[in-house]
Design a protein around this ligand. Structure first.
Ligand SMILES: *Cc1c(COP(=O)(O)O)cnc(C)c1O
Length: 352
C-alpha cells in the first residue's frame, strides 16, 4: 500500500493466477497450457515478421486476423473483436455489454476472474449454484439480470453444456447479453459461434492460449453480431487502440491457418486426457467427465491438500482451489503422455 495510491485500489481483490515457477524441471500441470510448443509455422511466421517493420504501429483493427478467424467460423469480419488475450476481451465485455441496473449472473464455481471484473467495473453479481453433479443449471438463470456469463466447457469442472440449453437461455433472456467463454471449446465441445446470426444477444469468446499453445502471445477474440462488436470497439478505442502487436497478429494468423497441426495436437490431447481419466479412476479417483484440456478429480480417501503437497515435493505442480464445495478436488492439466505417466507413478507412490 502506498500513500500515493488512488484509494479505490484498497477495495480491489485482484485475480490470482496459477503459479509460473522459475525452475524448468517441474512438471507443470497447473495452468492449462498445452504441453507441446505451438505450430512450427507460427514460429517461422514470427521470425519472418521480426524486422524493421516493428518500428511501425500495428493495424489497430488487425484486419487480416479478423478476416482469417471470421472465415474459419463462417462469420463476417465485422462480427469479430480481438484483444490482448481473452482476459482483455472479457474486461471490455464487462465494461461494454453488462448493465449495472440488475445483478450479473454466473455460476458459483467458475472462472475466478468474473467476480474480479465485476468488482472492478462496479457491477453487482449473483452466483448461481451448480447442480449437485456440477452441471450448469441454466434454468436457474431465468430471472432479471444485467447480463449472464459462463465458460463452456466450465472451468475448473471441465463439464460441457449442450448448445440446446444455451439456445433456450438465449430465447428466454432476449433483453440482456449472454456471454459464452469458450477458452476450452476445442477439446471436445461444440462452439456456440454457429448461433450468432440467430441471436443478437449472444457473445462468444475464444482464445489461442489453450488449444493453439500460444498463451505467451496473448490473443483472444469475441464473436457476435456487429452491434455488440461495435460496443466492444468503443471501449477498446477508449483504452488501448493497439491491443495486438504486429507479431501477435502474424503469429495468430499462422496458427489459425495450420489446421493440420491443430487437429493433431487437440486429437492427441483428448486421447491422453481420456486415458489419464481412466487410470485415475483405477487409483480410486472420481473424475468429472471433461471436455477440456484438464481433469477435475478427487480421491475417495486421500485429501486434496495432501495430494497437492506430496505432488509438489515430487516436482509436479497441479492446481488446488480453497473454495467451498471443491476443496477436495484437484484440477490437473493434461500433459504429454510421458508427463501423465510420471504423474500416475507419483500418485501410486503417494497413495501406497
Ligand atoms: C484461460 C482462460 C481464459 C483466459 O485466457 P487468455 O490467456 O487471457 O486468452 C479465459 N477464460 C477461461 C475460462 C480460461 O480458462
Amino acid at each position: 500500500m502506498s500513500r500515493y495510491w488512488n484509494p479505490q485500489l484498497l477495495a480491489l481483490s485482484p485475480y490470482v493466477p496459477g503459479e509460473q515457477p522459475r525452475s524448468r524441471d517441474l512438471i507443470k500441470l497447473n495452468t492449462n497450457e498445452l504441453p507441446r510448443g505451438p505450430s512450427p509455422k507460427v514460429l517461422e511466421a514470427l521470425r519472418q515478421a521480426s524486422d524493421d517493420r516493428l518500428r511501425l504501429y500495428p493495424d489497430p483493427e488487425s484486419t487480416r486476423l479478423r478476416e482469417t478467424w471470421a472465415g474459419q467460423l463462417g462469420l463476417k469480419p465485422e462480427q469479430v473483436f480481438l484483444g490482448n488475450g481473452s482476459d482483455e476481451v472479457l474486461a471490455h465485455t464487462f465494461k461494454a455489454l453488462f448493465k449495472p441496473d440488475q445483478p450479473l449472473l454466473f455460476p458459483d464455481i467458475t472462472y475466478s476472474f468474473y467476480p474480479v471484473y465485476s468488482q472492478f467495473f462496479d457491477l453487482d453479481f449473483e452466483c448461481v449454484p451448480l447442480a449437485p453433479d456440477f452441471s450448469l443449471s441454466l434454468a436457474e438463470y431465468r430471472r432479471g439480470n444485467g447480463g449472464i456469463i459462463f465458460p463452456n466447457p466450465n472451468a475448473p469442472t471441465g463439464l460441457f453444456t449442450p448448445l440446446q440449453q444455451i439456445e433456450e437461455l438465449l430465447q428466454s433472456n432476449t433483453e440482456r447479453v449472454v456471454v459464452v467463454d469458450e477458452a476450452y471449446i476445442d477439446f471436445g465441445g461444440e462452439s456456440a459461434s454457429g448461433l450468432i446470426d440467430h441471436y443478437p444477444n449472444l457473445l462468444v469468446i475464444q482464445t489461442l492460449s489453450k488449444s493453439r499453445a500460444l498463451a505467451g502471445l496473448r490473443v483472444g477474440a469475441a464473436f457476435g453480431q456487429a452491434q455488440l462488436i461495435e460496443g466492444l470497439q468503443r471501449v477498446k478505442n477508449s483504452f488501448n487502440s493497439y491491443p495486438l502487436g504486429r507479431l501477435a497478429e502474424v503469429g495468430a494468423v499462422a496458427a489459425l491457418e495450420d489446421v493440420d497441426w491443430f487437429e493433431a495436437m487437440t486429437g492427441e490431447l483428448v486421447q491422453t486426457r481420456d486415458s489419464l481419466s481412466a487410470s485415475l479412476q483405477q487409483l480410486g479417483f472420481e473424475v468429472l467427465p471433461s471436455a477440456a484440456n484438464f481433469v477435475f478429480t478427487r480421491h475417495s480417501t486421500c485429501s486434496a491438500v495432501t495430494l497437492y503437497e506430496e505432488l509438489r515435493q515430487r516436482d509436479i505442480l497441479v492446481r488446488h482451489f480453497k473454495q467451498a464445495r471443491i476443496d477436495e478436488f484437484l484440477r490437473i492439466s493434461v500433459g504429454t503422455p510421458e508427463q501423465c505417466a510420471a504423474l500416475l507413478t507419483a500418485l501410486e507412490d503417494i497413495l501406497a
